[in-house]
Write a protein that binds this ligand. Structure first.
Ligand SMILES: Cc1cc2nc3c(=O)[nH]c(=O)nc-3n(C[C@H](O)[C@H](O)[C@H](O)COP(=O)(O)O)c2cc1C
Length: 205
């Protein structure tokens, strides 16, 4: 059982890393392996709507997004974490997730998702809502915690002082582990829910 963790921060060992380390400790204890990929310091452009991924199954820009795709396909769960920039997830993470979710066509149903937002003070819940939307458009159940998944800190290292935030991360990782294990058992017993062919209407007909 394994979880892919995407860290949207450009700061190595920044506050988002502190939040994610708290989760990783719990995944280790639960016997779930993790792979953390920090993408916030990479040159990731946005989607150009060329639609070539419909044929090729991968993004036309051959960067870390195409490296993340097979890791995501193999994962039982996905954590996406962002530093809050102007009350939003940061632009690099959004560019990465737009392209990752749009260009990959494998079935994401019942892979468990969790999002984490880290900020000095404001915008965590807006960024949290924004990130959860990647999961809820493709059949991914969302793991939750005792509070909306946020941790506070400004300068590097300050998040270590946010006891409640770190507790929220530990509870989130435990709940996510439980969900992934439960879903694995349910898949064995019942299989995935019956799939329907998509009926696109685009609001025009
Ligand atoms: C461009 C930019 C915009 C930011 N906007 C916000 C914001 O809207 N709200 C907030 O509380 N903090 C904001 N911050 C502060 C960061 O969210 C905060 O420093 C966070 O701990 C960074 O996480 P990191 O160390 O993982 O990169 C902003 C920082 C930057 C660089």
């Amino acid at each position: 059982m394994n979880v892919l963790i995407i860290n949207g921060s450009p700061r190595i060992n920044g506050n988002t890393s502190i939040a994610l380390n708290e989760m990783t400790k719990i995944f280790d204890a639960e016997g779930i392996s993790t792979k953390v990929v920090q993408i916030g310091n990479k040159d990731i452009r946005g989607c150009v709507a060329c639609e070539s991924c419909h044929q090729s199954g991968k993004c036309v820009f051959n960067d870390v997004v195409n490296e993340l795709a097979p890791e995501f396909e193999a994962a039982d769960g996905l954590v996406v974490a962002t530093p809050v920039y102007y009350a939003s997830a940061n632009a690099t993470l959004i560019a990465c997730l737009d392209r990752l979710f749009y260009s990959t066509h494998f079935d994401k149903t019942m892979k468990v998702g969790a999002s984490v937002a880290v900020a000095r003070r404001g915008g965590c819940s807006a960024a949290f809502d924004e990130l959860n939307k990647y999961f809820t458009i493709c059949g991914m159940p969302v793991a939750s915690s005792q509070y909306w998944n946020s941790v506070h800190g400004r300068e590097k290292g300050e998040a270590a002082q946010d006891d409640e935030g770190l507790q929220t991360m530990r509870v989130l990782a435990r709940n996510m582990s439980f969900l992934m294990k439960g879903i694995a058992l349910a898949k064995e017993k019942y299989g995935l829910p019956e799939a329907e062919e998509w009926t696109p209407t685009h609001f025009i007909r």
